[in-house]
Design a protein. Structure first.
Length: 247
């Protein structure tokens, strides 16, 4: 491949990488700033939120740079295998909950929450074990635990998905089921249900002209009351006679 074409391909790859990284960093900093920082600092100004977002972005960049040696040492430096293994530890719980929520209308909030928590904890435990016990080289006995030595990460993904589904089903059956209005037209079995018109109490919203008219009427009323009080005071004191002129 010519040198110019190599440079063009590298530039294209770097542009795609920078586009993805900027989106991830921006979304992460916004998530922390708006959902966490602003919750505890309700009176934070726009300048403070902008500063916090930039600091979080810098911290994420530093963590990403520190993570590079760990990425190179994991799975013998094979990026594709690393991405697939991490996905196998984090994606199955979400997949199981989504499938059950669509095809089983008995799934409720408690079942989805605890299923996700158990699935993520088990998946993170397996991922941490892989970092602690890297795979040995060829010809060297494998001293790793059986869960790493005997169970491939793709097989572990199937087991993790099944475990999450079992937790969701058990917790959902032991807790209160969702009401019909919560699952109407949201699951596979309730898509054909007709929409029932629900009476929603409407709140009367007055326009700006109404507020202006009310303030004007209130001012006129107060002005009339002042005039009436002044007239009553003058009438109670009797007619005012001008002083007599002396010759």
């Amino acid at each position: 491949m010519p040198s110019g074409l190599k440079g063009l391909m590298i530039a294209v790859m770097m542009a795609a990488l920078m586009s993805s990284l900027t989106s991830i960093f921006n979304s992460s900093s916004t998530l922390f700033t708006m959902d966490i920082w602003k919750k505890y600092r309700r009176g934070a100004s726009e300048k403070e939120l902008l500063l916090v977002g930039r600091i979080v972005t810098v911290i994420l960049v530093v963590i990403s740079v520190i993570w590079i040696p760990i990425l190179q040492s994991a799975n013998s430096g094979q990026l594709y295998v690393y991405i697939q293994s991490v996905t196998s530890y984090l994606a199955p719980p979400v997949t199981a909950i989504f499938v059950l929520a669509v095809f089983w209308k008995r799934t409720n909030e408690a079942g989805a929450f605890w299923g996700l928590m158990v699935g993520l904890v088990v998946g993170l435990a397996r991922m941490i074990l892989e970092f602690v016990f890297p795979p040995p080289r060829c010809g060297v006995p494998d001293p790793r635990p059986a869960v790493l030595r005997s169970v491939h990460y793709l097989h572990f993904a199937i087991i993790l998905c099944a475990l999450t589904a079992v937790v969701v089903v058990v917790i959902s059956l032991l807790t209160t089921p969702p009401i019909e209005e919560q699952v109407r037209n949201l699951t596979w079995w309730t898509l054909s249900q007709e929409n029932v018109d629900r009476e929603i109490p409407l709140q009367k919203v007055s326009s700006l002209s109404d507020h202006t008219q009310q303030r004007t009427e209130g001012a006129d009323t107060q002005r009339r009351r002042k005039y009436a009080r002044a007239a009553a005071f003058c009438s109670s004191n009797g007619p005012v006679t001008p002083p007599a002129k002396h010759p």
